[in-house]
Design a protein around this ligand. Structure first.
Ligand SMILES: NC(=O)c1ccc[n+]([C@@H]2O[C@H](COP(=O)([O-])OP(=O)(O)OC[C@H]3O[C@@H](n4cnc5c(N)ncnc54)[C@H](O)[C@@H]3O)[C@@H](O)[C@H]2O)c1
Ligand SMILES: [Fe+2]
Length: 388
């Protein structure tokens, strides 16, 4: 008999996973949001350059919806970009916001939907549960299989040279998320790898989350990890593999649903300072510390890691510890095969940087509190040293 503690679970109400769905965006929107007349498509210059914005934009126009494209999003979006985007939405008279890009574009889209239609200043909504009232209708279309931001209730903003702040609120759950692998076909192999490993970390950390792990997040994390571990290398080796790409998108979304309800922990806590100080992309930062945090967590989480090993390396056998170790090695091998950087030194971090990184990681108290094993400042320093 399992004794299930009380839990709650939230996610996006309407999900579409369908190849080619972005080409029929206008139909999807007209069906779900019959009143929508003026759409703001939120993206970044890199994705705009792929030309993949054209077909969804055209299909919106065919459906009688006016389209304004905001394409100034940058990775790890700073506050001034959010404010500029909100001004663009107001100027345009936007009545529906569509995030079309990676985590950065989708996070910006969430904040536009909240701020453009409301009275609150951005400074008032940082933290947990500080958004008041409703927002504009919001649709999210990921073009990386990574953050899962299309189904999470969090947006991350860069607020200073090395600092980030989060907005966490139920209003940030979109009304609809649409997964179409055709949008991810041009994603370079190394970006595919890093963003895909970010998604795998979401699944692993949700599965071992200390406080809010629950039966639904477990099912999602396990399914996500199965899809992601089976398809990441194929998607990196043949970017045109549509089946692998769609499976990656689905896996990343399921992992997003899992960690939005059973939050991530020390891997993310130690990754954030690497991204913030050294401008290393989010997925790569996670990948660099992942094996070392997993090893640190073994005394507390070997049982759960062994359960996940059955999914990632079903051929693993032996004791709980041996299977947990097999998961750790499998994750390292996946990173190695894809060719992404594997040490902090490869991204320009030196021994003399580690104290600052450890200090900064300890500020991530919300994330550290979810870790299966309590982590001190010395532990953080030792993990960075191992990752160097
Ligand atoms: N809200 C959440 O739940 C959540 C979770 C984790 C991370 N994040 C945030 O998400 C951001 C990272 O998102 P990301 O990893 O998806 O990367 P990203 O959105 O920053 O994009 C990275 C790069 O990939 C390019 N790109 C995106 N899609 C492409 C495509 N299909 N083809 C070619 N190029 C493409 C972009 O132009 C950009 O240069 C960070 O700001 C991070 O803080 C949010
Ligand atoms: Fe992440």
């Amino acid at each position: 008999m399992h004794d299930f503690p009380a839990f709650s679970f939230s996610t996006v109400a309407h999900l579409v996973s369908e190849l080619g769905a972005a080409n029929r965006l206008g139909e999807h929107i007209a069906l779900r949001f019959p009143g929508a007349k003026r759409a703001l498509l939120v993206t970044d210059p890199g994705f705009l350059k792929t030309g993949l914005v054209d077909a969804p934009a055209a299909s919106l126009r065919t459906a009688g919806i006016d389209v304004c494209i905001y394409s100034n999003v940058v990775a790890d979006p700073p506050e001034h970009i959010i404010l500029e985007a909100v001004a663009a939405a107001r100027q345009h008279g936007t009545d529906i916001v569509i995030g079309l890009g990676g985590g950065s574009s989708m996070d910006v889209a969430k904040l536009i939907a909240v701020l453009a239609g409301g009275e609150q200043e951005i400074g008032a909504i940082y933290g947990i549960g500080n958004v008041r009232g409703t927002r504009l209708p919001l649709v999210q279309i990921p073009t990386t299989a990574g953050t899962g931001s299309e189904v999470t209730n969090i947006a991350i903003v860069t607020t200073g040279a090395t600092t980030k702040m989060g907005v966490v609120a139920p209003q940030l759950y979109a009304d609809m998320a649409l997964l179409d692998a055709e949008l991810t076909l041009g994603l370079p192999p190394l970006v595919t790898a890093a963003t895909g490993i970010d998604a795998m970390v979401h699944a692993i950390e949700a599965y071992t989350s200390r406080h809010k792990k629950n039966p639904l997040s477990d099912i999602l994390a396990r399914k996500a990890l199965g899809l992601l571990s089976a398809n990441l290398v194929p998607a990196c080796q043949d970017g045109g593999n549509l089946a692998a790409r769609q499976a990656m998108l689905l896996g990343a979304m399921l992992a997003g649903q899992a960690f939005s309800n059973a939050p991530v922990a020390a891997v993310h806590a130690l990754a954030y300072p690497i991204g913030g100080t050294f401008h290393v992309p989010h997925g790569l930062s996670n990948s660099l510390v992942l094996p070392h945090v997993l090893r640190f967590n073994l005394p507390a989480a070997a049982g759960l890691y062994a359960e996940l090993a059955e999914i990632v390396v079903p051929q693993a056998s032996g004791s709980v510890e041996a299977r947990a170790e097999a998961l750790l090695i499998a994750m390292q091998q996946i990173a190695a095969i894809t060719g992404i950087e594997q040490t902090l030194q490869q991204v320009g971090i030196k021994e003399s940087d580690l104290d600052q990184l450890a200090d900064d990681a300890m500020l991530q108290t919300r994330l550290l509190g979810n870790n299966p094993r309590t982590l001190t400042r010395d532990d953080a320093r030792a993990i960075y040293a191992a990752a160097l």
